[in-house]
Design a protein around this ligand. Structure first.
Ligand code: ZN
Length: 482
């Protein structure tokens, strides 16, 4: 339990995830990020009189995937409701959402903190709703705010957690896991910078040991995972300071200002009944059969935890490495593709994590775009395992692969880098090195065995690093210890 100066923070998150469907939730307009403003609209998503919404089946299926992946319950019958509020980027004057009968309830998200500690956050509900448009306020303080309605009617799920989170770090860990799950499921890009994942946080503090929750505030407008962590930390500190100085927390909505690193009041918190929810008269209930639920459950992709433990048992790699390799689906797919071309699971994991990811971290390139394809890297690993090249030469080959995108076997041939493993080729060199350093040989034999490294170095130099180090060590020892 994270205790702050005798206080315990209590945090619940509401996450909106934009579903990656082709079309919007109630019309056939395309969902397209970055399209020309107001070019992806129709009478339905503009809310023109007489236009009727029709539910997008794929959106329901995507919501179901998320509910099932989190172990929640899909309701066979859920109801759409109108949430009434006036906002410039919501021309209908109401948003179609779900209120007292959402598509899903319950379930949990489990994740691990950086310390390795496992945490569970229970989910209250997951419901479907449509997105609003986007107001574009002038940055230079100009006179007009413009509105882009392309996003109106984009499908969202809102994932509402219980207030099970106790620190900004936990909030970050939970969100990171949530993003990983939606990406694995292929239901949302998880891109917070593009607004495809949005997070509001309810934050309160209570004296250590007190069961009753303190008064909470709602934080909005965080645009990155780190921003969420910073905003929550800021708000916890503010509330504790306030309470300790004899003040009281007021229930309100705060907007996070990333430039000022401060949260500023927006408006008095509207209670949910202020929205005057009522059943949406233009849509029938959303009916989901048990067969459809079972079919969706059966077709869920393998999730990160299951993949990680399979990697451990199938490829013999360490738990930690399996966690790193399943961090994102493209990375896990890359490793799995490598394993189709080599049997050295540990070697493949090392070369992928240390060498390739090392390069990609520097260049900022995506793993799906690199010219070093999984089979090429697997071939390199195989050549080390078979003794064709040493680990040291492999690094030279790898550097060339990153530059030219050539196959390792081509590079080895072009540069004459094949490892010399044949004793009969190494023995004459070993004997020559020993013969040319009689002083060091006597030193070694009188007990100063640290000169051994000198002999190894000389042999490697004479073979341009191509001699098999294991053979060199063995052959030198045989002669020096004779
Ligand atoms: Zn439309």
């Amino acid at each position: 339990m994270a205790i702050y100066d005798g206080f315990e923070p209590v945090i619940g998150l509401e996450v909106h995830a934009q579903l990656q469907t082709e079309s919007k939730i109630f019309c056939s307009c395309k969902v397209e990020y970055g399209a020309e403003p107001n070019s992806r609209t129709c009478p339905v998503c503009l809310g023109l009189p007489g236009a009727l919404p029709v539910m997008n089946k794929r959106a329901a299926e995507f919501a179901m995937k998320m509910i099932l992946a989190c172990g929640g319950t899909v309701h066979n019958r859920s109801v759409f409701a109108r949430k009434n509020y006036f906002y410039p980027d919501l021309p209908k004057g109401y948003q179609i959402s779900q209120f007292d009968r959402p598509i899903g309830e319950g379930g949990a998200i489990r994740y691990r903190l950086e310390t390795g500690e496992e945490k569970t956050v229970r989910l209250i509900r997951i419901h479907l709703e449509e997105d609003a448009g986007k107001s574009m306020h002038p940055e230079d303080g100009g006179a007009y705010t413009r509105v882009d309605l392309n996003r109106c009617g984009a499908p969202l799920i809102e994932i509402v957690s219980h207030a099970d989170i106790r620190s900004p770090e936990e909030a970050y860990g939970y969100l990171t896991k949530l993003k990983q799950i939606v990406q694995y499921l292929g239901v949302c890009s998880g891109d917070m910078e593009k607004g495809h994942l949005r997070c509001d946080a309810n934050v309160s503090v209570r004296p250590e040991g007190q069961a009753k929750f303190g008064t909470r505030t709602e934080l909005k407008n965080m645009n990155s995972f780190k921003g969420v962590e910073r905003a929550i930390k800021y708000e916890i500190d503010r509330q504790i300071k306030l309470v300790k100085s004899g003040g009281q927390v007021v229930q309100e909505t705060l907007l996070w200002n990333e430039k000022k690193l401060a949260a500023e009041p927006m408006r008095g918190k509207e209670e949910s009944h202020d929205y005057r929810y009522f059943p949406e008269p233009d849509l029938v209930n959303l009916v989901i059969s048990d067969d459809w639920v079972n079919e969706t459950r059966k077709n869920l992709p393998e999730l990160p935890e299951a993949k990680a433990s399979r990697f451990v048992s199938q490829y013999g790699i360490r738990e930690y490495d399996a966690q790193v390799l399943t961090d994102s689906r493209p990375l896990a797919d890359y490793y799995e593709e490598m394993m189709r071309h080599t049997s050295d699971g540990i070697g493949a994991a090392n070369w992928l994590q240390v060498e390739l990811l090392g390069v990609l971290n520097k260049t900022g390139e995506d793993i799906t775009a690199t010219i070093v394809r999984p089979k090429m890297l697997a071939d390199l690993v195989g050549k080390i395992a078979s003794g064709e090249i040493s680990g040291k030469i492999a690094k030279t080959v790898f550097a060339e692969m990153v530059e030219s995108g050539k196959e390792p076997s081509v590079i080895i041939k072009e540069k004459g880098l094949v490892q010399i493993s044949d004793d009969s080729a190494i023995i004459p060199i070993v004997e020559q090195v020993l013969a040319s350093s009689p002083d060091n040989v006597s030193k070694y034999r009188s007990g100063k065995t640290n000169v051994f490294a000198f002999f190894v170095g000389q042999v490697m130099k004479a073979t341009k690093g191509q001699a098999n180090p294991e053979a060199v060590n063995r052959l030198l020892k045989e002669r020096l210890d004779a």
